[in-house]
Design a protein around this ligand. Sequence first.
Ligand code: ACO
Length: 335
Amino acid sequence: QGCKLVGCGSAVPALKISNDDLSKIVETSDEWISVRTGIRNRRVLSGKDSLTALSVEAARKALEMAQVDPDDVDLVLMCTSTPEDLFGSAPQIQKALGCKRNPLAYDITAACSGFVLGLVSAACHIRGGGFKNVLVIGADSLSRYVDWTDRGTCILFGDAAGAVVVQACENEEDGLFGFDLHSDGDGQRHLNASIKENETDHALGTNGSVLDFPPRHSSYSCIQMNGKEVFRFAVRCVPQSIESALVQAGIPSSSIDWLLLHQANQRIIDAVATRLEIPQKRVISNLANYGNTSAASIPLALDEAVRSGKVRAGHTIAAAGFGAGLTWGSAIVRW
Ligand code: ACO
């Protein structure tokens, strides 16, 4: 059993924040941000916006392009590190889409690598589990976990959702033909948003007795990042990972039509392309408009590239994600 990508979609919040807007909040400038990162604008959830609703919008567009009815979806994978329910958002998305047969829906947490892991998981479910139509969503709202007084991180992130439909097919058409996945918990110190344990003042039981343990109320810290270390990690590990995936796929890097990396920093994208000897004209980049949207960045950029006619049927794409965990991985896919 093989699988193919048959539809994609994306959605971004309406609120746009430019580098100039940020320079009114922290000591920075459009020049510093655009030269060091390539980012000019980002979209941020505001008011009554929700990441779940954004994900549903992206998923609907992907299903429409794929001409797959929500009733025919038999698995929803929501790749996110910022679910709107601690227990996961995928079942809420399944419900909002109206998937009536109660298909399996669950979340995958792997930060900016989440979507690549989701793609590979979708293929494994199709190949080993008899699933036919898998909806893979990459969505994140890191703006909720950013310290808006920290100019080292608040300039980087934006919110978005992207989705693809992965469908079972005959082997010869196989749409995912090489992958490579890794993680390294030792690198967590370079990039994290760890749990904070706050003692509560609710130390009394309902009958007035004093509890003999300190109850805790947990929340998450804002994103902490050593940018230089993350930069070094990405430039070192991502080319190696893509090379391993290409070996598995049995093709050289010259056969890649498009390099589609997690959109974190233009300098990382350029460095990886140079190491793999992939010319700029075959590199997809849209981070100037959206910043780093974590698990959403790859499906968002893919959707724009497909709808603009850049990526066409039969094109081979090397996609790679990297980020917190640390996690990283690549997938060689055919559109
Ligand atoms: N505006 C102006 N000056 C700034 C800003 C800013 N927004 N941010 C930092 N600076 C200053 C620093 O204070 C420092 O000043 P100093 O020399 O006086 O101490 C100087 O600029 C250099 O700071 P660095 O942090 O060393 O700058 P660097 O060149 O490393 O760029 C950046 C920082 C853009 C964050 C870069 O390191 C980077 O992109 N790293 C990768 C981040 C990434 O890709 N993360 C992806 C994973 S995200 C995830 O998984 C959730």
